[in-house]
Design a protein around this ligand. Structure first.
Ligand code: ATP
Length: 613
């Protein structure tokens, strides 16, 4: 009850500081009274049941929840479905249909531990009858739920809690709470703002080891100031991959990295992979989102096992897996890779071969390398593996600060089917920064220079029916970016071009099953748009555009660049569907605002250049 009251309080606040405070107070209460519940409370707040790499999912659809809800409150399934259609939110249906049936015996009140344990039980049910068993677990929870508990139970089960609490805010609150409550040690003397520092430590540790089951016991026993020591990188658990910032040209790079040594690498267009090889010979492959991908790449498991040099007993590799034609000895486009099955791939049935392009090593023979500079990590990488064309290669690299040479290298990269370059600092400010979009990694794609810079990853939230030739499919879609602070999708443009007929059919068919009766409360758009259908946020589309403009209609980045107007894209074109991103990982409003500002800046530069002429 305490937890759902806090959910309620959080969802009524919109300011990040106020939300952090509520969550912090809540966590402090838990730490003081029932510290054993802290792991469960934090997971519930994050609306997860386990960390991503464990691959544990509830595995229930709306149908099971509707069944459980109907049974729990003695209603007909059809009635629940009808209400769902009307209210557009199963949580609200649950709230409205709180059982009016008298119970023989009042069930025991729900506790955090009970709810969380049941969630994990639900996830672990498998095999025959598992849907039925899952439904019965849900029903038992719903029968015991009181007040606003049913509403939040349902939202948690649908993994759509959406109370406006971003994970970074949760981590900040956890840092604050541990500063106030866990006085195991005092902050080091040089720390000026211990509250901020405590939050920073928790976030940093989470980026290296994103597992609450490990961090929270360590926090409780060692305190926040010793957390980094108590809870560090551990092979077998994926760290958040380091990310790159976009740049628009070789000039900008040379400017940014003045007086620094840097190296340029081909930017391969495949799938990011973090490969963990443990002392016992076991191998796991993790995706950009820390999901376990091992079943998709048995050939990669075989290749690293075969091509590691004899003294190597354990490692964590950061690399790109790229589709490769071994006969022609050529890299193949990303689209080919995406045709590979996702699970239980058999070595004997592989049609699309991949080559591992290794660019970093984070751990070797029991030693962590994250704090080492890139030149040291690279030396370790080079000496640990045997290259074999088409199976395992090191990312092609050039170390130079000659503008022309870099330009030529960029062209070579593009000519050999890479997207461009990633430029990295080499021996100063060159440690591996987990989860960070770092200034020490810059990306340069050939086509940045001709347009607004990077492409955007956007979520289709609505569509307009097609007319004429496009009758029967959607004619245009409404796309949105994601505001991490407000946790809302903000409309950014309509898109109707750049689709082949087949693509349009495919997207229409896939989204048709995602239609919802009315827009979500966390969609921001102008009423003047009035699309024909709204969608559940499910897909992420990579889109290119000619430029960004301030718009009275769209709501992207509203309040950042202009207090009342948003930003929209002109001439958007669909490039591809991003299977590896979920909607919350779409381009953020901050990034849209940055791109807009950068464009303004560039236009001004161009103007200045022209004036000089
Ligand atoms: P995001 O930055 O959000 O991940 P994205 O997935 O579109 O966006 P980019 O930022 O365009 O990726 O580029 C970074 C990605 O490039 C890495 O995640 C990695 O998958 C890939 N990549 C290819 N070659 C390299 C390389 N040599 N070094 C680092 N990353 C590389």
């Amino acid at each position: 009850m305490f937890v759902v009251k806090a959910f309620d309080a959080i969802s009524k606040e919109s300011g990040r500081i106020a939300i952090t405070e509520i969550v912090c107070n809540m966590l402090r209460t838990v730490i003081e009274t029932t510290p054993d519940d802290l792991v469960a409370v934090v997971y519930l707040l994050a609306n997860r049941i386990a960390s991503a790499h464990e691959g544990l999912e509830l595995g229930i659809g709306d149908a099971s929840i509707i069944k459980a809800l109907a049974e729990a409150c003695g209603a007909k399934e059809a009635h629940v479905k009808k209400q769902y259609k009307e209210l557009g939110d199963l949580g609200l249906v649950a709230k409205a249909s709180r059982s009016s049936q008298p119970l023989m015996r009042k069930p025991e009140a729900l506790t955090v531990a009970k709810v969380f344990d049941t969630f994990r039980l639900i996830a672990k049910e498998s095999g025959k009858d598992s849907q039925d068993k899952k439904k019965n677990h849900i029903k038992a929870l719903l029968v015991a739920a009181t007040d606003c508990e049913p509403q939040y139970l349902i939202r948690l089960l649908q993994t759509k809690l959406r109370i406006g609490l971003a994970e970074q805010t949760l981590l900040t609150a956890l840092g604050h709470a541990s500063f106030y409550s866990l006085r195991h040690s005092s902050p080091p003397a040089k720390v000026e703002n211990p509250l901020e520092e405590a939050a920073k430590i928790v976030k940093q540790v989470y980026s290296v080891i994103p597992v609450y089951d490990k961090i929270i016991p360590a926090l409780l026993s060692a305190g926040v100031w010793n957390l980094t020591k108590a809870c560090s990188f551990s092979p077998g658990i994926p760290v958040g991959p380091m990310l790159a910032k976009p740049t628009k040209g070789v000039h900008e790079i040379v400017e940014k990295f003045q007086d620094m040594e840097f190296t340029c690498e081909y930017k391969y267009d495949g799938e990011r992979a973090q490969i963990h090889y443990l002392e016992d010979g076991s191998v796991e492959i993790y995706s950009r989102n820390a999901e376990r991908n091992t079943g998709k790449f048995p050939d990669v498991v075989a290749a690293v096992t075969r091509l590691k040099k004899p003294p190597v007993t354990s490692f964590v590799l950061d690399c790109e897996l790229v589709a490769y034609d071994r006969e022609k000895q050529k890299i193949q486009p990303f689209q080919i890779l995406s045709t590979r099955a996702r699970k239980n791939v058999l070595l004997s049935e592989i049609k699309v071969n991949v080559c591992i392009y290794a660019f970093d090593i984070l751990y070797l023979n029991g030693q962590q390398l994250l704090q080492e500079q890139l030149n040291v990590r690279r030396e370790n990488l080079y000496k640990s593996f045997q290259e074999e064309v088409g199976f395992f290669q090191f990312a092609t690299a050039l170390t130079s600060n000659d503008l022309e040479e870099i330009q030529k290298f960029l062209e070579d990269a593009v000519n050999s089917s890479s997207e461009g370059l990633i430029i990295k600092t080499l021996n100063r400010d060159a440690t591996y920064e987990p989860s960070k979009r770092s200034n020490n990694w810059l990306k340069l794609k050939k086509d940045y220079m001709e347009s607004i810079g990077d492409s955007l990853d956007l979520v289709p939230i609505a569509a307009f029916h097609g007319r004429g030739k496009r009758t029967g499919v959607y004619g245009a879609f409404l796309l949105a970016c994601y505001d991490n602070d407000k946790e809302e999708f903000q409309s950014i443009c309509k898109i109707g071009t750049g689709f082949s007929e087949a693509m349009l059919e495919e997207r229409s068919a896939s989204l048709r099953s995602k239609v919802i009766p009315k827009p979500k409360s966390y969609y921001r758009y102008s009423d003047s748009l009035s699309p024909d259908v709204w969608f559940e946020p499910t897909e992420v589309w990579e889109v290119k555009a000619a430029d960004l403009t301030i718009s009275p209609v769209h709501r992207a980045a509203i309040g950042i660049v202009n207090p009342e107007k948003g930003i929209s894209l002109r001439f958007p074109r669909l490039l591809r569907v991003r299977e590896d991103k979920n909607p919350e990982q779409a381009s953020s409003s901050d990034m849209v605002a940055d791109m807009y500002n950068a464009q303004k800046h560039n236009q001004r530069d161009n103007l200045d250049d022209n004036e000089d002429d």
